[in-house]
Design a protein around this ligand. Sequence first.
Ligand SMILES: Cc1cc2nc3c(=O)[nH]c(=O)nc-3n(C[C@H](O)[C@H](O)[C@H](O)COP(=O)(O)O)c2cc1C
Length: 353
Amino acid sequence: MFKTRMTELFGIKHPIMLAGMNWITEPELVSTVCNAGGLGIFATASCTPEETRQNIRKIRELTDKPFGINQILIGPGAQENIQVAIEEKAPVINYSLGKPWFVEQVHSYGGKVLGTTAIARHAVRAAQLGCDAVVITGHEAAAHGADATSLVLIPIVARQVKIPIIAAGGFYDGRGLAAALVLGADGISMGSRFMLTKESNIHDKFKQLCLQATEQDTLYSDRFDGMPGRALKTEASEAMMKSGFPLVEAVQGALEIKRLLKLSLWKFIGLSFQMMRAEEGSPLWVQARQAVSARRSMKAIYEGDMEEGILFAGQDCGGISDLPSVEELIDRIITEAEEILEATKKLVHPQKK
Ligand SMILES: Cc1cc2nc3c(=O)[nH]c(=O)nc-3n(C[C@H](O)[C@H](O)[C@H](O)COP(=O)(O)O)c2cc1C
């Protein structure tokens, strides 16, 4: 058993978090992680406000443990989704990109605010803005890590902020949890590893591809969704690296997002302008790539479409070779981390003076 600032802050049994992943972190997976003692996070960016509300209520039906929602603040519908999460008193609000305007509101009902960043300076800013903890994402991670690896980033942030740190990017086993704690984190957040469990909804074809992948089989590029990010190396993702600007597909993807979020054309265009003007906003070409990425991700996750589907995935897929249940996985990670830290203690011999 581990007792860290992360377990204390959130009132959870194990210092392990399910990272928010659009289309993957459905209420069933989130609640399974919570019931197994971790912190499940539900990604809301692809939800309408009403869906966000229904999903939060569904998670509450499936677990009485703390859980969270994850929202990218510069995305369409961010304000509305955050407002719903506050109305529903979600125990944890995890955000990325943008400035959280809701810290006091969340604190007023006893909720916690969890920032996510891949840059030490932004972690310091999150702490200054009143965040209760911060997820820091290393270069190894699926999707949006920045240039620094977890090995470099965690100790730097640990020296600069006093709030609890959750390490993300490259963590998938007990060795990783032990390493994160030693580096100065209070727990780990895992995306790829939870994506490769029995309960995860991703198409079996992509589960099998990830299991076969080595640590070399991902690509890091801004070609996927306009921001530097990591995806599984496949013929489709390699082709995307070489192709020109996908204008037709961007329009198709934008229409798909507009339909999913049930937005009128004018509201959709208005939000696009808002995203361009926001402090950490996205220019139109980035938004266009995001639309393509959303379409391609759904093709991979739901349809197992190998020709067009693209799956965000971390380098750690190279170390993952099975599909355990969430409960088996969490128990295994905790036991392994305990054993490793115990064994490591035996390496220490006080210096003779
Ligand atoms: C398929 C997939 C989809 C993801 N989608 C999102 C997302 O919608 N929002 C987000 O903030 N991070 C997303 N991530 C990144 C995770 O939140 C997390 O930072 C990352 O998985 C950590 O690295 P790891 O995969 O090595 O554990 C996604 C990751 C994966 C594997």
